[in-house]
Design a protein around this ligand. Structure first.
Ligand code: ADE
Length: 284
């Protein structure tokens, strides 16, 4: 029997992060969240700002992220998945405290050459998995609006402590691999091999591969915590608690509330994307 993967339009939105501190803000805001235990993970099912969501900690790395995404697809029938968390900057224009929203993903540690081209996922013919364009656009719009006033999000003391001046939103390629990139040598090598990569993390491209297989709209919002260099581990936990978690909660809530506003609050199963008219009204 063939089961055609079709995202369930009435399914919940999956919201995933790798570290507990990256999710705790969202979990605290969930209405009537109930844990469902599957495959050694807790999937928190409930409502967030009027939308049905499943919020889950994937843990770190591509296998953990892919396993989590597969459960969101097969068990929960997720109609979309958003990954949030931190990432290391690769491109020179990306600074600590900036937000990167994916338009595409690549697994930088996949190399089955000479059997397949470097970075191609064997037997798929795919090197770069696309994010859902409308989902990414709506998340980036939400991030831009919020970053226009970063002190409102995290307060001046935190902004000064981390040297965040005018954080910006970037959209483009995010690369993933099972390594925390923490040397200048490695980030330089990644930059020269993949000059259009904006940021590096350890999960997004794996989830993108699963979402591709299940035809589930997917995008990632990553807050830049480090420059993927020799100083990458410094202040990491503090950055997540004081900056990342606040940014990502605000970005996701704003995106959810505008997706709902566009449809009327009584339609939690409505489209995930802003209509162009609503986009125009709200964001431009
Ligand atoms: N997540 C945040 N910073 C990272 C880095 N430097 N490498 C991989 N994943 C990251």
């Amino acid at each position: 029997m063939f089961v055609n993967p079709i995202p369930n339009p009435a399914g919940p939105i999956g919201i995933v992060a790798a570290l507990r501190q990256e999710l705790s803000g969202l979990l605290a805001l969930m209405h009537d969240g109930q844990p469902v235990h599957i495959g050694n993970r807790e999937f928190w099912v409930g409502e967030l700002d009027g939308s049905q969501v499943v919020v889950v900690l994937s843990r770190v790395g591509k296998v953990a992220a892919a396993a989590t995404a597969a459960v969101l697809a097969a068990h929960f029938g997720a109609r979309a998945i958003v990954y949030t968390g931190v990432a290391g900057a690769l491109a020179p224009q990306v600074a600590i405290g900036d937000v990167v929203v994916s338009t595409e993903f690549l697994q930088h540690d996949v190399d089955a050459s000479p059997l397949f081209p470097r970075w191609e996922i064997p037997l798929t013919g795919i090197t770069r998995f696309k994010a859902d364009a409308k989902l990414a656009k709506a998340l980036a719009a939400s991030a831009r609006t919020l970053l226009a006033n970063p002190s409102f999000l995290v307060g001046d003391t935190v902004l000064h402590a981390f040297g965040l001046t005018a954080p910006r939103v970037h959209t483009g390629l995010i690369i993933s691999g099972d390594r925390f990139v923490s040397t200048e040598a490695e980030s330089t090598a990644l930059r020269s091999a993949l000059p259009d990569a904006l940021a590096v993390e350890m999960e997004g491209a794996a989830v993108a591969q699963v979402c591709h297989e299940w035809s589930i709209p997917f995008a990632a919002v990553r807050i830049i915590s480090d420059r993927a260099d020799d100083a990458a581990g410094v202040d990491f936990p503090r950055f997540i608690t004081e900056v990342e978690s606040r940014y990502s909660v605000a970005i996701i809530r704003r995106w959810l509330s505008h997706a709902l506003d566009d449809q009327g609050k009584s339609r939690p199963d409505g489209p995930l994307h802003l209509s162009s008219e609503a986009e125009h009204k709200s964001w431009i």
